[in-house]
Design a protein around this ligand. Sequence first.
Ligand SMILES: Cc1cc2nc3c(=O)[nH]c(=O)nc-3n(C[C@H](O)[C@H](O)[C@H](O)COP(=O)(O)OP(=O)(O)OC[C@H]3O[C@@H](n4cnc5c(N)ncnc54)[C@H](O)[C@@H]3O)c2cc1C
Length: 384
Amino acid sequence: MFLSQLGPDQRDSAISQLAIEEFDILVIGGGVTGVGAALDAASRGLKVALIDSQDIAAGTSSRSSKLIHGGLRYLEQYDFKLVREALHERELMVSTLCPHLVKPVGFLFPLTEKFKERTYVGAGLALYDALRGFQRALPWHKHLSQRQINEIAPSLRHDIVTGAIKYFDAQVDDARHTMSVARTAARHGAIIATRVAAESLIREGKRVVGVSARDLETNKKIAIKAKATIMCAGIWSDELHKKFELTAGYGVTMSKGVHIVLPGSAIKSDAGVILKTAVSVLFLIPWGDKWIVGTTDTPYEGDRAEPYASREDVQYILDQANRVLEPKLKAEEIIGVYAGLRPLVANIKSATTTKLSREHTVDRPAPGFVSIAGGKYTTYRVMG
Ligand SMILES: Cc1cc2nc3c(=O)[nH]c(=O)nc-3n(C[C@H](O)[C@H](O)[C@H](O)COP(=O)(O)OP(=O)(O)OC[C@H]3O[C@@H](n4cnc5c(N)ncnc54)[C@H](O)[C@@H]3O)c2cc1C
């Protein structure tokens, strides 16, 4: 039986094993996609190693909206396959895979007009609920009157919100969940080492037979041998394809998403709120005794490791939320801000990032080497 504990002693022993053993699978990247792939392979009895240049969930997988959802807005893009796949995963996570980590959360879709909007949104939510199939861990959506809304969400402006439809999705502490999957992979025998960066590929002829990596704590090189290498490097994919001298079948465009964190007292509502914006949606998400409000969706080309939120990002979020809130949110109430970068598979070079698909890509640019990118947190198992 293997231990699931990850720590300094375990890391020392992992570094030694990386240098001497030959693995069936080497995973590059300890975000949710990488740890999911490592767990899948290790639980099938394969000999697995995983390295991350930073820490488990240090990239996008700790900076999301923390929703396990089908993605209501993808319905409007007619991306039914993506929504159905994600809803299936959501139901499994809430009911079977990790109900201790993934919890249901209710959202109000506020209506500002009496009949047409209710019919349109109601039909969309009925389709959203139906697409999950017969596994039904979460309640069906519900129509609410203006009087009910005033009781449930006193912070929603009574002068413009004429009613709402309440639907359910789920939420998770993303970094904690990714760490739990990594520890479960370790429990199944996966060798996991953080602060180990993949630098180049080891080849025999055209075949990739491992990775030359660097232990960033000691600056020592490690030659890791593996029958297959799977790269799950998210927004670092383009950079690594270049370093590895591979001609990849896709590129990754980065889209920045910012969230602000507010105290629970800032918004009076017993449920979360989803608002349609000109380019996407904005969520007001209950988070313990706080609120997370976001997100933005803008093209990004700066530092991958440390994306930051600008004053404009924060103002945009406040402005969008304040369309329906009374009293309005104030900048002084903000107690935290974080920014993350979406890895969007760029299949159409000229497209704006908002329109790029959230579907994932699996690419095999060389024998013995696979790279996976794109997708959503919710569908990490499907990707791996
Ligand atoms: C603002 C925002 C909100 C989002 N909200 C949601 C949501 O609510 N629900 C949802 O389902 N999805 C959401 N997503 C999408 C989701 O978060 C991502 O799709 C997912 O986290 C990507 O995981 P990943 O493992 O592919 O990438 P990452 O988590 O970025 O992992 C890549 C890893 O590769 C490592 N790496 C890079 N270079 C090297 C190297 N040379 N050697 C070794 N390791 C390396 C990095 O350190 C990093 O840990 C959101 C994304 C953003 C940005």
